[in-house]
Design a protein around this ligand. Sequence first.
Ligand code: AMP
Length: 459
Amino acid sequence: MLKIYSTMSRKKETFKPMQGNRVKLFVCGPTVYDDSHIGHARTYISFDIIARYLQYRGYSVFYLQNITDIDDKIINRASELGVAPLDLARKFEKRYLEDMRALGVDHVNLHARATEHIPEIIAQIETLIEKGFAYETDTGVYFDESKFPDFGKLSRRNIQDLNIHRVNPDNTKRNPGDFALWKKRDEEPFWDSPWGNGRPGWHIEDTAITEEYLGQQYDIHGGGLDLIFPHHEAEIAQMESVSGKAPMVRYWMHTGFLNVQGEKMSKSLGNFITIQDMLEKHDPETFRFFVLSTHYRSPIDFSETALEQSKNSLERIYKLIETIDEALESDIPQSNDNDADLNDKLTEIKKQFIGAMDNDFNTPKALSVVFNYIRDVNRELDEANISKSILIGIKNFLMEFGAVIGIDFKRRICADDKTRDLLEVIVEVREKLREKKDWELSDHIRSKLKELDFILEDK
Ligand code: AMP
């Protein structure tokens, strides 16, 4: 039975979707004002694996992510660079999606931009005003925190304690912790609203988007730990006040932070690594493997040594698959006396793998199950004690495991130096054809390469 740790209860709870086997999953997407970094990659790879495992367990998953394409950070960066905020947002959204594709993060069903949901945002704010949860001032529309006594239930803080540290600079708000739903602004970009020109606050886009596509209550809401307060707390206050129903979400899932050599990653410390920089040096699969070698809720420390270890571990799986392929082409028997025992063992391993993943997606435990098993299989292979039918079963299990963790063990190609050089020539020639806009021939080369298992991506 699948158990998920929910930040709300601080406990592992048995997973039961609201509607049969359908799972509605929402994960906060990025604010697109700069290139995405490996901390983002940690969070999104973790949820990619979670979505994959839910599917593996037979659930039908609808995975929604917002794109914050309007925000002060975007506006400030755009003004520094002298470009239009929405142009900047589109540029970094495109790069974010390319990064995710390169990392194999491909289970999001729908990306929803904040700026394409302004009517839904306005409608939610109007309901909050009508119900007495929000009020208008000269500067905007604010959520009245004092009207929602449950404020703080996710982060387990109480309003009185919070207020000690809060300020109300212009005295325009009723309570220092009231947050903006709508900011009145006359500088571009702005949208027309019942309260004049302006733009939405950060928290309201998520509840407007989730209400539109998932309804007022849904199964899983995810994000990094830093979002628990105030972002997710504000989302709860907004949605539960609009709907009058609680809980807004059954399971709150939060990923731990990625640090670099023991330190928080930040631009000022100079240890900020973009996904593109990381991929210059490492395979996406190695990074994915590194992410899943730590439980998603724990902090993870990025270092070259850790990546090297991940690479070596992955190598062991590839090696075993190659050895199995070679054995399958040899003249070992189709079956032997050992089959029944080895079949039982494989069934037991699958059970242990599922047991680990069912326990709040415990990927490090799942990996240790697989690696202990690989050691045993290698021993059986050394002792020539294994039949073809068992080897096929083992290979299928490794492929199945690969599909859950998002690594296609089939795709690796062992290219020697000469093959690599030859490939480079082919790619260069194709590049020249593309410059001449000879799309037909360049597509032909790509599809021929694909037949040989070489995947060529134009970036
Ligand atoms: P942002 O664009 O900063 O709103 O972040 C998008 C998502 O990435 C959020 O869920 C953040 O919690 C997550 N995130 C940002 N930095 C890190 C980090 N260093 N480690 C893990 N997740 C992060």
